[in-house]
Design a protein around this ligand. Structure first.
Ligand code: AKB
Length: 306
Protein backbone atom coordinates (compact mmCIF):
# COMPACT_ATOMS: atom_id res chain seq x y z
CA UNK A 1 0.00 0.00 0.00
CA UNK A 2 1.56 3.29 1.16
CA UNK A 3 0.15 5.67 -1.42
CA UNK A 4 -0.06 9.43 -1.52
CA UNK A 5 -3.76 10.10 -1.02
CA UNK A 6 -5.71 13.35 -1.30
CA UNK A 7 -9.03 13.60 0.55
CA UNK A 8 -11.28 16.36 -0.80
CA UNK A 9 -14.15 17.53 1.41
CA UNK A 10 -12.37 16.25 4.51
CA UNK A 11 -14.28 18.52 6.89
CA UNK A 12 -17.61 16.82 6.15
CA UNK A 13 -19.32 13.95 7.96
CA UNK A 14 -17.07 11.24 6.48
CA UNK A 15 -13.75 13.05 6.17
CA UNK A 16 -12.18 12.47 9.56
CA UNK A 17 -13.01 8.75 9.48
CA UNK A 18 -11.38 8.32 6.07
CA UNK A 19 -8.35 10.30 7.25
CA UNK A 20 -7.98 8.20 10.42
CA UNK A 21 -8.20 4.85 8.58
CA UNK A 22 -6.19 5.76 5.50
CA UNK A 23 -3.43 7.48 7.51
CA UNK A 24 -2.55 4.13 9.11
CA UNK A 25 -0.90 2.91 5.89
CA UNK A 26 -0.64 5.90 3.59
CA UNK A 27 0.55 9.47 3.28
CA UNK A 28 -2.70 11.41 3.47
CA UNK A 29 -3.41 15.05 2.69
CA UNK A 30 -6.79 16.27 3.96
CA UNK A 31 -8.35 19.24 2.18
CA UNK A 32 -11.46 21.37 2.27
CA UNK A 33 -12.61 24.99 2.02
CA UNK A 34 -12.78 25.16 5.82
CA UNK A 35 -11.27 23.20 8.65
CA UNK A 36 -13.75 21.97 11.24
CA UNK A 37 -11.92 18.79 12.23
CA UNK A 38 -8.63 18.04 13.92
CA UNK A 39 -6.76 15.83 11.48
CA UNK A 40 -4.07 13.25 12.08
CA UNK A 41 -2.44 14.35 8.84
CA UNK A 42 -1.54 17.53 6.99
CA UNK A 43 -4.56 19.73 6.19
CA UNK A 44 -4.62 22.20 3.29
CA UNK A 45 -7.24 24.66 2.09
CA UNK A 46 -8.45 23.60 -1.33
CA UNK A 47 -11.51 24.68 -3.29
CA UNK A 48 -12.16 21.79 -5.67
CA UNK A 49 -13.90 24.21 -8.04
CA UNK A 50 -10.49 25.78 -8.69
CA UNK A 51 -9.01 23.19 -11.05
CA UNK A 52 -5.63 24.92 -11.36
CA UNK A 53 -5.16 24.82 -7.61
CA UNK A 54 -6.32 21.20 -7.57
CA UNK A 55 -3.72 20.31 -10.20
CA UNK A 56 -0.94 22.08 -8.35
CA UNK A 57 -1.84 20.22 -5.13
CA UNK A 58 -1.76 16.88 -7.00
CA UNK A 59 1.67 17.73 -8.42
CA UNK A 60 3.12 19.21 -5.22
CA UNK A 61 2.18 16.22 -3.05
CA UNK A 62 2.66 13.59 -5.80
CA UNK A 63 -0.92 12.42 -5.27
CA UNK A 64 -1.76 8.94 -6.62
CA UNK A 65 -5.27 8.32 -5.25
CA UNK A 66 -8.15 10.74 -4.58
CA UNK A 67 -11.15 10.39 -2.29
CA UNK A 68 -13.55 13.05 -3.56
CA UNK A 69 -16.11 13.63 -0.78
CA UNK A 70 -17.19 17.19 -1.69
CA UNK A 71 -20.98 17.60 -2.01
CA UNK A 72 -24.04 19.60 -1.03
CA UNK A 73 -26.49 17.10 0.48
CA UNK A 74 -30.16 16.52 -0.23
CA UNK A 75 -32.05 18.88 2.11
CA UNK A 76 -29.65 21.82 1.82
CA UNK A 77 -29.51 21.18 -1.92
CA UNK A 78 -33.21 21.97 -2.33
CA UNK A 79 -32.63 25.47 -0.94
CA UNK A 80 -30.35 26.34 -3.85
CA UNK A 81 -30.65 23.78 -6.65
CA UNK A 82 -28.37 25.65 -9.10
CA UNK A 83 -25.53 25.87 -6.61
CA UNK A 84 -26.04 22.19 -5.76
CA UNK A 85 -25.89 21.14 -9.40
CA UNK A 86 -22.81 23.29 -10.02
CA UNK A 87 -20.87 22.19 -6.96
CA UNK A 88 -21.71 18.50 -7.16
CA UNK A 89 -21.09 18.07 -10.89
CA UNK A 90 -18.18 20.51 -11.30
CA UNK A 91 -16.28 19.04 -8.38
CA UNK A 92 -16.70 15.60 -9.94
CA UNK A 93 -15.59 16.83 -13.38
CA UNK A 94 -12.63 18.82 -12.06
CA UNK A 95 -11.32 15.80 -10.17
CA UNK A 96 -11.88 13.58 -13.22
CA UNK A 97 -10.18 15.98 -15.66
CA UNK A 98 -7.23 16.74 -13.39
CA UNK A 99 -6.84 13.00 -12.75
CA UNK A 100 -6.83 12.12 -16.45
CA UNK A 101 -4.26 14.83 -17.16
CA UNK A 102 -1.98 13.97 -14.24
CA UNK A 103 -2.35 10.18 -14.22
CA UNK A 104 -4.18 9.58 -10.93
CA UNK A 105 -4.42 5.80 -10.35
CA UNK A 106 -7.82 5.58 -8.63
CA UNK A 107 -10.69 7.76 -7.41
CA UNK A 108 -13.30 7.02 -4.76
CA UNK A 109 -16.43 9.10 -5.11
CA UNK A 110 -19.52 8.43 -2.95
CA UNK A 111 -22.92 8.22 -4.56
CA UNK A 112 -26.12 7.97 -2.53
CA UNK A 113 -29.50 6.29 -2.19
CA UNK A 114 -30.76 9.70 -3.37
CA UNK A 115 -30.23 8.51 -6.98
CA UNK A 116 -33.37 6.39 -6.62
CA UNK A 117 -36.92 7.66 -7.00
CA UNK A 118 -40.55 6.64 -6.78
CA UNK A 119 -40.14 4.41 -9.86
CA UNK A 120 -37.27 2.40 -8.34
CA UNK A 121 -39.33 -0.23 -6.45
CA UNK A 122 -38.65 1.30 -3.05
CA UNK A 123 -39.61 -1.68 -0.88
CA UNK A 124 -36.39 -3.48 -1.85
CA UNK A 125 -34.16 -1.70 -4.35
CA UNK A 126 -31.80 -3.76 -6.49
CA UNK A 127 -28.55 -2.39 -7.87
CA UNK A 128 -29.90 -1.80 -11.39
CA UNK A 129 -33.38 -0.33 -11.47
CA UNK A 130 -35.15 2.62 -13.15
CA UNK A 131 -34.12 5.87 -11.47
CA UNK A 132 -35.94 9.19 -11.43
CA UNK A 133 -34.55 11.09 -8.44
CA UNK A 134 -36.60 14.04 -7.24
CA UNK A 135 -33.92 16.15 -5.52
CA UNK A 136 -31.15 18.16 -7.19
CA UNK A 137 -28.70 16.25 -5.00
CA UNK A 138 -30.00 12.94 -6.39
CA UNK A 139 -30.03 14.27 -9.95
CA UNK A 140 -26.45 15.52 -9.68
CA UNK A 141 -25.30 12.23 -8.13
CA UNK A 142 -27.04 10.20 -10.85
CA UNK A 143 -25.51 12.37 -13.60
CA UNK A 144 -22.06 11.81 -12.11
CA UNK A 145 -22.79 8.06 -11.91
CA UNK A 146 -23.22 8.18 -15.72
CA UNK A 147 -19.96 10.11 -16.09
CA UNK A 148 -18.21 7.63 -13.85
CA UNK A 149 -19.45 4.79 -16.07
CA UNK A 150 -18.26 6.65 -19.17
CA UNK A 151 -14.73 7.18 -17.82
CA UNK A 152 -14.51 3.59 -16.62
CA UNK A 153 -15.64 2.01 -19.91
CA UNK A 154 -13.32 4.28 -21.89
CA UNK A 155 -10.51 3.13 -19.59
CA UNK A 156 -9.31 6.67 -18.98
CA UNK A 157 -9.90 6.50 -15.23
CA UNK A 158 -10.53 3.96 -12.48
CA UNK A 159 -13.41 5.44 -10.41
CA UNK A 160 -15.09 3.36 -7.71
CA UNK A 161 -18.25 4.20 -5.82
CA UNK A 162 -20.84 3.13 -3.24
CA UNK A 163 -24.39 4.41 -2.93
CA UNK A 164 -24.35 5.34 0.74
CA UNK A 165 -27.56 5.12 2.78
CA UNK A 166 -28.02 7.17 5.99
CA UNK A 167 -24.64 7.14 7.75
CA UNK A 168 -24.64 7.03 11.53
CA UNK A 169 -21.62 8.80 13.01
CA UNK A 170 -20.54 10.89 15.95
CA UNK A 171 -19.50 13.66 13.57
CA UNK A 172 -22.43 15.89 12.72
CA UNK A 173 -23.48 15.88 9.09
CA UNK A 174 -24.97 19.02 7.54
CA UNK A 175 -27.85 19.49 5.16
CA UNK A 176 -28.86 15.85 4.70
CA UNK A 177 -32.29 14.24 5.05
CA UNK A 178 -30.82 11.49 7.21
CA UNK A 179 -29.10 13.96 9.60
CA UNK A 180 -31.91 13.32 12.06
CA UNK A 181 -30.31 10.01 13.14
CA UNK A 182 -27.18 11.70 14.48
CA UNK A 183 -29.18 14.60 15.93
CA UNK A 184 -31.43 12.13 17.77
CA UNK A 185 -28.43 10.43 19.35
CA UNK A 186 -27.18 13.81 20.62
CA UNK A 187 -30.66 14.62 21.96
CA UNK A 188 -30.85 11.25 23.73
CA UNK A 189 -27.51 11.89 25.35
CA UNK A 190 -28.51 15.40 26.45
CA UNK A 191 -32.00 14.24 27.50
CA UNK A 192 -33.49 16.95 25.27
CA UNK A 193 -36.75 16.76 23.37
CA UNK A 194 -36.10 16.17 19.66
CA UNK A 195 -38.24 17.61 16.85
CA UNK A 196 -38.06 15.10 14.00
CA UNK A 197 -38.49 16.25 10.39
CA UNK A 198 -39.56 12.78 9.24
CA UNK A 199 -42.68 10.75 10.00
CA UNK A 200 -42.24 8.35 12.89
CA UNK A 201 -42.55 5.27 10.66
CA UNK A 202 -40.42 6.51 7.71
CA UNK A 203 -38.01 3.59 7.27
CA UNK A 204 -34.67 4.12 5.55
CA UNK A 205 -31.56 1.98 5.04
CA UNK A 206 -28.59 2.89 7.24
CA UNK A 207 -25.03 2.00 8.12
CA UNK A 208 -22.44 2.66 10.84
CA UNK A 209 -19.73 5.07 9.69
CA UNK A 210 -16.98 2.48 10.31
CA UNK A 211 -18.72 -0.06 8.08
CA UNK A 212 -19.15 2.49 5.30
CA UNK A 213 -15.53 3.65 5.42
CA UNK A 214 -14.18 0.08 5.67
CA UNK A 215 -16.28 -0.96 2.66
CA UNK A 216 -15.06 2.01 0.60
CA UNK A 217 -11.41 1.29 1.40
CA UNK A 218 -11.91 -2.42 0.70
CA UNK A 219 -13.55 -1.54 -2.63
CA UNK A 220 -10.56 0.67 -3.49
CA UNK A 221 -8.06 -2.05 -2.59
CA UNK A 222 -9.47 -5.00 -4.56
CA UNK A 223 -8.12 -5.73 -8.01
CA UNK A 224 -10.16 -4.15 -10.79
CA UNK A 225 -10.98 -7.56 -12.23
CA UNK A 226 -13.02 -8.40 -9.08
CA UNK A 227 -15.51 -5.64 -9.91
CA UNK A 228 -18.43 -6.89 -12.00
CA UNK A 229 -19.84 -3.40 -12.65
CA UNK A 230 -18.35 -0.08 -13.72
CA UNK A 231 -20.85 2.11 -11.85
CA UNK A 232 -21.71 2.38 -8.13
CA UNK A 233 -22.64 -0.48 -5.85
CA UNK A 234 -25.56 -0.40 -3.42
CA UNK A 235 -24.49 -0.76 0.20
CA UNK A 236 -26.55 -1.15 3.36
CA UNK A 237 -26.54 -2.57 6.84
CA UNK A 238 -29.92 -2.23 8.60
CA UNK A 239 -33.27 -0.47 8.13
CA UNK A 240 -34.75 1.86 10.74
CA UNK A 241 -37.52 4.39 11.27
CA UNK A 242 -37.22 7.41 13.60
CA UNK A 243 -39.53 5.71 16.08
CA UNK A 244 -37.34 2.61 16.14
CA UNK A 245 -34.29 4.83 16.77
CA UNK A 246 -36.07 6.49 19.65
CA UNK A 247 -36.87 3.06 21.10
CA UNK A 248 -33.28 1.81 20.78
CA UNK A 249 -31.85 4.97 22.38
CA UNK A 250 -34.42 4.81 25.21
CA UNK A 251 -33.67 1.12 25.78
CA UNK A 252 -30.00 2.00 26.20
CA UNK A 253 -31.02 4.19 29.15
CA UNK A 254 -31.12 7.59 27.43
CA UNK A 255 -34.72 8.66 27.99
CA UNK A 256 -35.86 11.49 25.76
CA UNK A 257 -38.99 12.58 23.91
CA UNK A 258 -39.55 13.08 20.22
CA UNK A 259 -42.14 15.30 18.54
CA UNK A 260 -42.82 14.41 14.94
CA UNK A 261 -43.21 17.44 12.67
CA UNK A 262 -42.63 16.11 9.15
CA UNK A 263 -41.54 18.76 6.64
CA UNK A 264 -40.12 18.73 3.08
CA UNK A 265 -37.44 16.29 4.24
CA UNK A 266 -40.11 13.65 4.82
CA UNK A 267 -41.11 14.00 1.16
CA UNK A 268 -37.50 13.47 0.15
CA UNK A 269 -37.24 10.38 2.37
CA UNK A 270 -40.49 9.07 0.92
CA UNK A 271 -38.82 8.92 -2.50
CA UNK A 272 -35.87 6.88 -1.19
CA UNK A 273 -35.57 3.10 -0.60
CA UNK A 274 -36.99 1.44 2.48
CA UNK A 275 -34.53 -1.40 2.07
CA UNK A 276 -31.87 -2.13 -0.51
CA UNK A 277 -30.13 -5.12 -2.00
CA UNK A 278 -26.33 -4.91 -1.79
CA UNK A 279 -25.52 -8.52 -2.65
CA UNK A 280 -23.52 -7.52 -5.70
CA UNK A 281 -21.07 -5.61 -3.49
CA UNK A 282 -20.97 -8.35 -0.86
CA UNK A 283 -20.20 -10.97 -3.53
CA UNK A 284 -17.65 -8.92 -5.45
CA UNK A 285 -15.50 -7.71 -2.56
CA UNK A 286 -16.47 -10.20 0.21
CA UNK A 287 -17.72 -7.45 2.49
CA UNK A 288 -20.35 -7.53 5.19
CA UNK A 289 -21.26 -5.02 7.91
CA UNK A 290 -20.06 -5.52 11.49
CA UNK A 291 -22.57 -3.23 13.25
CA UNK A 292 -26.31 -3.81 13.66
CA UNK A 293 -28.62 -1.00 14.79
CA UNK A 294 -28.19 -1.61 18.53
CA UNK A 295 -24.40 -1.88 18.38
CA UNK A 296 -24.37 1.20 16.13
CA UNK A 297 -26.34 3.27 18.64
CA UNK A 298 -24.17 2.04 21.52
CA UNK A 299 -20.92 2.69 19.72
CA UNK A 300 -21.85 6.17 18.47
CA UNK A 301 -23.22 7.25 21.85
CA UNK A 302 -19.96 6.10 23.39
CA UNK A 303 -17.80 7.93 20.89
CA UNK A 304 -19.81 11.16 21.25
CA UNK A 305 -19.02 11.05 24.98
CA UNK A 306 -15.31 10.27 24.60
C1 AKB B 1 -28.60 12.89 2.73
O1 AKB B 1 -29.46 12.66 3.59
O2 AKB B 1 -28.71 13.78 1.88
C2 AKB B 1 -27.38 12.00 2.70
C3 AKB B 1 -27.54 10.86 1.75
C4 AKB B 1 -28.48 9.76 2.06
O3 AKB B 1 -26.90 10.81 0.74
N1 AKB B 1 -27.06 11.52 3.99
Amino acid sequence: MNNNILIIGASGQLGKYFVDKLSLNNNVIASDISSSNEFKCKFIFLDVLDIDNLKSVILKYKIEIIYNLAAILSAKGEKDPNKTWNLNTESFLNVANASIELGIKKIFWPSSIAVFGLNSGLEFVKNDVPMLPSTMYGISKLSCEKLMYYYNIKNVLDIRSLRFPGIVSASKPGGGTTDYIVEMLYSGLNKEKYICSLKKNRTLPMIHINDSVDAAIQLMNVEKKCLSIKYPYNITSFNMSPDQWKQVINDLGYKFDVDYMPDFRDNIAKSWPKTIDDNQLRNDISWKPKYNSLVTAESILKSIQS
